[in-house]
Design a protein around this ligand. Structure first.
Ligand SMILES: *Cc1c(COP(=O)(O)O)cnc(C)c1O
Length: 281
């Protein structure tokens, strides 16, 4: 079941349509969030809504009034009988609307999708890991969670093997983040991940860094170099739906032993154990 809040009411998804005049369609002007819902309860919702405010502000979309209404709309949606207690996501989208005033968007639209048909990582992916396809471009304006993923998808279709996601690597060889997740390398007992600003402020990234430090890991916030992939012991990605997923190959480069190692397995376990700390009461 997928329901959507749009134009002041909740309706089944197929009944909701955006006008073709919207700049989200015509120019890719839009920001969004994916908030995980476990048994009807949001995970780290405040962090997501704060980031959405930052994304819309960064994109020039005037959405203060919309952002202020979202917590109430989300709570109302989660209480609806069609989806009560579901396992899935809530995705608020804020679009550019129809007016472009010199690069600012004064009349945005918004809608909120309540979706239980999500692609959760399979046991196979959690246990055996996934592969990434290198994408040698920088993602522009990294602090904005934009609806435009085109430049992350392109390398996937050109790859010789099937890969889970693409991995942004700048032309200078700095690894930043994956198409829709943050990237960590484990080397010589340390976790290395790009600093916020070079990448999106991943909600899962921040939680995993907090938990890693609490549990005795050393975390270095710098962009790993592409050459370091060959010397890495382990790698993993973090994201709202993916949680923590081992990475065992990047392009043709095997990571470590080519299977998930002890650090990522421990972090997967620690993440699951500590999830209640970020569940909304
Ligand atoms: C959504 C996303 C992430 C992951 O953020 P979470 O808050 O952990 O889901 C990382 N990078 C990009 C580019 C993203 O779009």
């Amino acid at each position: 079941m997928v329901i959507c809040y749009y134009n002041g009411k909740f309706a089944p998804m197929p009944e909701c349509t955006l006008p073709m005049t919207d700049l989200a369609i015509q120019r890719g002007v839009g920001t969004f969030e994916t908030i995980r819902i476990y048994n009807g309860v949001p995970f780290a919702m405040a962090q997501h809504l704060e980031r959405l405010a930052g994304s819309t502000e960064g994109a020039g979309i005037k959405a203060g009034a919309i952002i202020a209404k979202l917590p109430e709309i989300i709570r109302e949606g989660l209480a609806r009988p069609e989806i009560k207690g579901y396992d899935g996501v809530v995705k608020p989208y804020i679009t550019g609307g129809d007016v472009n005033d010199k690069g600012t968007f004064p009349t945005p639209r918004f809608f909120v999708v309540f979706d239980e048909n999500i692609h959760k990582p399979t046991n196979e992916e959690r246990k055996n890991g996934i592969a990434l396809e290198p994408n040698h471009v920088a993602r522009p304006y990294p602090l904005i969670k934009s609806t435009n993923y085109l430049f992350g998808f392109i390398p996937l279709s050109k790859a010789s093997q099937t890969n889970f996601e693409s991995l942004y690597i700048t032309p200078e060889g700095e690894i930043t983040e994956a198409m829709s997740s943050n990237f960590f390398l484990c080397k010589e007992g340390k976790l290395i991940t790009a600093p916020v600003g070079r990448v999106l402020k991943g909600v899962t990234r921040d939680i995993v860094i907090t938990l890693a430090r609490e549990n005795g890991f050393t975390v270095e916030e710098r962009c790993p170099r592409e050459e370091e992939l060959a010397q890495a012991d382990e790698a993993f990605i973090t994201g709202t739906v993916k949680e923590v997923l081992p990475v065992v190959r990047v392009g043709s480069q095997k990571i470590g032993a080519g299977r998930p190692g002890p650090a990522v397995q421990r972090l997967q376990h620690i993440f699951l154990q500590n999830m209640p700390r970020w569940m909304d009461k």
